[in-house]
Design a protein around this ligand. Sequence first.
Ligand SMILES: NC(=O)c1ccc[n+]([C@@H]2O[C@H](COP(=O)([O-])OP(=O)(O)OC[C@H]3O[C@@H](n4cnc5c(N)ncnc54)[C@H](OP(=O)(O)O)[C@@H]3O)[C@@H](O)[C@H]2O)c1
Length: 339
Amino acid sequence: MALPSPRVPDPTSVPPLRWGILGPGAIAASWASTVLKNSTQRIVAVASQTPGRAEEFARRFDVAAWHTRYEDLVAREDVDAVYVANQPNDHAQAALLALEAGKHVLVEKPFTKDVAEAERVFARAHEVGRLVMEAMWTRYLPQTDVARQLVESGAIGEPYLALSSFCEDNRSQERMWRKGHGSPLWDMGIYPIAFSQMFLGEPVEVASTGRVLDSGIDTDSTTTLTYATGARAVFAVSGIASSPLEAAVSGPEGVIRFEAPFIFPTAVGFDGPGLGAPTEWWRDESGITRHEGLVYQVIAFADYVSRGLLESPWQSHEDSLACLRLATEITRQLGADPY
Ligand SMILES: NC(=O)c1ccc[n+]([C@@H]2O[C@H](COP(=O)([O-])OP(=O)(O)OC[C@H]3O[C@@H](n4cnc5c(N)ncnc54)[C@H](OP(=O)(O)O)[C@@H]3O)[C@@H](O)[C@H]2O)c1
């Protein structure tokens, strides 16, 4: 069976937006380098509340303007869209600031630190008529769209089981262990959460166990979700132990497997039911690798703006809220308190 081609817009055919960046740290640097290398999008300004950081970033990426206050960036008339890349507990405030100034907003994952904040941001976005989208970049990778089309075409039948994991020794990643800025569940676990939600929706039962530090930060968790259809999702998250980042979704007619690490541009395979069934692979041969894959969500975002969309068709506001509700429930069951 020939696998479908991904429906990813051609980066050169999408009208370029003029971007401003808030919180130019590690991921903003990866974002800027792939956007400049792999798209026609433009970065016109950057703002950081950390002294010296915006200027350093601007010089590194040849960005014309830098600011020490987010307010000054969002007030710029030459900025169409804002990329919010600071810490999760500051996402909502930054996103609202950008919306009030009339900008479209792309917000890093996890979208906000809780559901109430996310609801406020989405409600305001609808009121002011601007696109707000969670930067859940895995939803925009070409391989994900191959999988999406396979599921939509009924290739695996009704999805019945989603297995995924994000286990990586991230003990040196300071932000993950700093109270108020997330945790392995909110930082890494949000990917398996989003993966499960994409194929199976919102569960009716959640069962999670794991370990939590005295600080309230979770270190590891294993979660089983049960859906009204009887389908299940199972995922493991660890910020200490590493294992291949696997993901697969299956149904009675077959399985769609993502090559590890599933969060990067890799490959997706399909095989029919039964052990040893031959696998058909779609492989990403674009030359866009690892975090360069962040560019796909930016191209999709610009495409949506050009079409006047206020939500991403590949991750609606309700999808982001469902992911946050699940992260909240898992946190409660673990007895964690990361924020
Ligand atoms: N998509 C991905 O693959 C990916 C990968 C890594 C992270 N992320 C997400 O991206 C966001 C930022 O992560 P990052 O790794 O880029 O973080 P980072 O480099 O540690 O910091 C990013 C920005 O957050 C603010 N910040 C950093 N430390 C802070 C502190 N102690 N107190 C208050 N603000 C602080 C700063 O904003 P100012 O410059 O304004 O001071 C900084 O520039 C998070 O939501 C994270 O989950 C996504």
